[in-house]
Design a protein. Structure first.
Length: 273
């Protein structure tokens, strides 16, 4: 059977999501806990979005394929084997990663390929009097004021179906074509938040987009310049990739159950302009 697993984590002490030898990663910790609870070896989870070192998640989604008999046996006398799995896995995991829930996945569900969008938030405080040391691992403290209107004007020019090579760390054979569905900045209680939603993201894309708009917000560049960067399809020294700790994966969206398999098939196809 296939299980959908919803989880959250503080990325501060993790070397990203993906399992790496001798390094503490979210995938490594989760799979190790599943091995312990299920009394098996080699449990492997598939995730909706592979977050980088230092990036957090509130709404991460993964799936696990497991024999039903193994799940039932591990639960012992517990009336609900899946609830038992969640409770016991959380008992093994350290407090900086939590399984929020699990359920039997509908037919055709793939945590990665069935997703139709991922939504991230990037948080910045640009007023020294509003910097909260208790949120230092989750909110970027920026030393200069940022112009919200200019940043929104620049962000609007990046929304749509484009080649985001200027904002991605290139990988051989991987496409950088994405559909950026939303990119908006808001300010509330001194915190400047970017909401960024796309069908998928390539490596470091959100942090690069944020870094580009910080340059606009400082007045170093114009909103039109952000569009020119996109059109250039090459990394530019005009901005720096924003630090990881301000970024959180907030939510992953999926179609109705009837559309899961078709979406997974479509997502596996290579994107072309």
């Amino acid at each position: 059977m296939r299980l959908r697993i919803d989880l959250a984590y503080d990325g501060t002490a993790f070397k990203g999501w993906a399992r790496q030898p001798a390094l503490r990663t979210v995938q490594g910790e989760l799979e190790g806990a599943l091995d312990t609870v299920l009394r098996t070896e080699g449990n492997a989870v598939t995730v909706a979005g592979r977050t980088d070192t230092g990036v957090h998640a509130r709404g991460q989604v993964a799936h696990l394929d497991v024999e039903e008999a193994v799940l039932v046996k591990a639960a012992g006398r517990a009336p609900d084997p899946i609830d038992s799995l969640v409770r016991r896995v959380n008992g093994v995991l350290d407090p900086d990663v939590r399984v929020l829930g699990a359920s039997e996945a509908p037919a055709g569900f793939d945590a990665r390929f069935s997703a139709i969008w991922r939504r991230y938030a990037y948080r910045i405080v640009d007023d020294p009097s509003m910097v909260d040391p208790l949120t230092r691992d989750h909110v970027l403290a920026w030393p200069r004021p940022l112009d919200l209107d200019a940043m929104n004007a620049g962000a609007a020019r990046l929304v749509g179906f484009h080649d985001f090579a200027s904002f991605c760390k290139k990988r051989e054979g991987a496409t950088t074509i994405r559909t950026l569905l939303d990119f908006e900045w808001t300010r509330l209680d001194g915190v400047l938040t970017a909401t960024v939603r796309a069908d998928a993201f390539c490596h470091s894309m959100v942090r690069a987009l944020v870094g580009c708009l910080i340059a606009v917000g400082e007045g170093k560049q114009t909103p039109e310049w952000a569009e020119a960067v996109l059109a250039g399809r090459e990394r530019t020294p005009g901005f720096s990739v924003a630090p990881a700790h301000g970024l959180t994966l907030e939510e992953v969206g999926y179609p109705d159950d009837e559309g899961l398999a078709a979406q997974a098939e479509q997502a596996r196809a290579r994107r072309e302009l």
